[in-house]
Write a protein that binds this ligand. Structure first.
Ligand SMILES: [Zn+2]
Ligand SMILES: [Zn+2]
Length: 234
């Protein structure tokens, strides 16, 4: 074990499991997260084939040329294929997403996903992948929300809808669409769908939220002539 790795682990121990503010015990300056941190103990020195912490494939196999990043090394020194990790966080509850899937230790630096990446062209550097992670989560959130809308509006399966809005990875019933800023309640209000409205209201939907045009679900119902919905919402 290298001195660097010991430093990272002892730093974590001393903060009771919280992610250390810096990877190394270097002088801390009042600057944003560094573009390039000192290199970690790269397990290239380790014997044998290095495998991804999430799939059985060797780490350096199957590069996907459509992705700039091939794999990365987390703060805890575990390594993952980039796509394996992105898929993992898509289905993982928020309280687990910021921890290593293998050792459960926090992997954020300064609240961001600063990881040591190996690109598909073979170069290695520290990179902040937070935006990629958030973009992927946003896509997944919308996909899950669409499933909830379909289950409610077309299948009328309230038990399945209840499952979707429950648990640690529940659909956020107030998440707005990227275009228009409509929450599910806006959509069901416009469609005059009282079953959906009743379900959403009893599972935390906020009827004060406004879409991109500044309208609440009540105002949407009124402007759409959705009188049953209007009655339910007022
Ligand atoms: Zn993998
Ligand atoms: Zn780990």
């Amino acid at each position: 074990m290298s001195g660097e790795r010991r430093t990272a682990q002892s730093a974590r121990k001393s903060t009771g499991g919280a992610a250390p503010r810096r990877l190394l015990d270097e002088p801390v300056e009042d600057t944003p997260p560094p573009q390039l941190l000192p290199l970690p103990d790269i397990p290239a020195q380790a014997p044998g084939v290095i495998r991804c912490g999430l799939c059985p494939m060797p780490l350096r196999s199957n590069p996907d040329p459509s992705q700039p990043i091939h794999h990365f090394l987390a703060l805890c020194q575990h390594q993952f294929h980039y796509l394996c990790y992105i898929n993992y966080i898509s289905t993982t509850p928020p309280n687990k997403r910021t921890c290593c899937p293998q050792c459960n230790q926090p992997i954020l630096t300064d609240d961001r996903y600063w990881v040591f990446v190996t690109t598909n062209s073979g170069s290695e550097c520290y990179t902040d992948i937070t935006k990629d992670v958030e973009d992927r989560l946003s896509v997944m959130r919308l996909a899950r929300q669409q499933i909830l809308i379909d289950v409610l509006a077309y299948h009328r399966n309230l038990s399945l809808a209840t499952v979707l809005v429950s648990g640690p990875n529940a659909v956020d019933v107030n998440y707005p669409t990227p275009t228009g800023g409509f929450t599910p309640l806006h959509l069901f209000a416009k469609a005059n769908d009282v079953t959906g409205i009743d379900f959403l209201l009893s599972h935390g939907a906020d009827k004060e939220l406004r879409d991109d045009a500044g309208l609440t679900p009540v105002e949407c119902a009124r402007s759409s002539g959705a009188w049953d919905a209007l009655q339910r919402l007022t």
